[in-house]
Design a protein around this ligand. Structure first.
Ligand code: CO8
Length: 257
């Protein structure tokens, strides 16, 4: 499939999507949305792919939703189109997706990184929700997801002043899982994705589902949900294989069954 705004590759069992609008610092327009979704859905349906990485350039993961595309929309346009609702489908991808973020992750770019399962940041990464400077507010989950990641105080600070957070502060605050030198970013993200892709895919997907559920339910319900999924894993051949491999002191050969 030919893409205009992204580059799509596979590296072993890992699907790699690179945002590629260098002249607009990877600003997210409707084409980017359609193409990222299409590429991710193809990886989702491909049984040989176990995890995905989403990245941008060294200068920008994505500098936000495309301001030039949004600028002249009326309320009615935005409402009837349900503008950018499609990114919610991205957030519902069931296989793991790692965001490898270098440079700017602003506005919709920060929100897109937060829709991934975890963020590995380069030391030059800058996260922010600068929508307030444009006379609007976050619209792709920033006010909700950022608050869950970093707490009310920092989320308010970022959403109300529009200030950015550097990689060190993002790691300290729990927004990103690791920070690496920029030259090692892609390699580190691909290595993490390849590691995940070695494991039993149903177990990985259920673990992702369980962690995500913790954001949407009470502790008691979440624990029950986790326990049901855990019990169901005893129906997997991969559980038998994984535990037998441990006991027999050999490496496991998971078959995703
Ligand atoms: N949209 C469109 N074009 C952009 C964007 C953007 N978000 N960001 C950068 N560009 C373009 C610039 O216009 C410029 O294009 P040109 O060369 O044609 O003038 C090119 O990219 C390079 O940018 P700069 O010259 O500005 O590069 P600098 O290195 O000087 O500055 C910055 C980099 C600081 C990142 C700067 O570009 C900037 O401030 N960008 C805008 C950041 C921003 O405000 N992002 C939030 C956008 S709003 C948003 O994301 C809302 C999401 C929710 C929508 C949900 C709908 C339901």
């Amino acid at each position: 499939m030919a893409y205009e705004t992204i580059i799509v590759e596979t590296r072993g069992k890992v699907g790699l999507v690179t945002l590629n609008r260098p002249n607009a610092l990877n600003a997210l327009n409707s084409t980017v949305l359609a193409e990222v979704l299409a590429a991710m859905q193809i990886f989702e349906a491909n049984p040989r792919i176990g995890a995905m990485v989403l990245t941008g350039s060294e200068k920008a993961f994505a500098a936000g939703a495309d301001i030039k595309e949004m600028q002249s929309k009326s309320y009615v346009d935005a409402y009837f189109e349900d503008f950018f609702v499609g990114w919610e489908q991205f957030a519902r991808i069931r296989k793991p997706v790692i965001a490898a973020v270098a440079g700017y992750a602003l506005g919709g770019g920060c929100e897109l990184a937060m829709m991934c399962d975890f963020i590995i940041a380069a030391d030059n990464a800058k996260f922010g929700q600068p929508e307030i400077t444009l006379g609007v507010m976050p619209g792709m989950g920033g006010s909700q997801r950022l608050t869950r990641f970093v707490g009310k105080s920092k989320a308010m600070d970022m959403c109300l002043t529009g200030r950015t957070m550097d990689a060190a502060e993002a790691e300290r605050s729990g927004l990103v899982s690791r920070v690496v030198p920029i030259g090692e970013l892609l390699e580190e993200a691909l290595k993490a994705a390849a590691k995940i892709a070695e494991f039993s895919l149903p177990a990985v997907m259920m673990a992702k589902e369980a962690v995500n559920r913790s954001y949407e339910t009470t502790l008691a319900e979440g624990l029950r949900f986790e326990r049901r999924l855990f019990h169901s894993m005893f129906a997997l051949e991969d559980q038998k294989e994984g535990m037998a491999a441990f006991v027999e002191k050999r490496s496991a050969n998971f078959r995703n069954q």
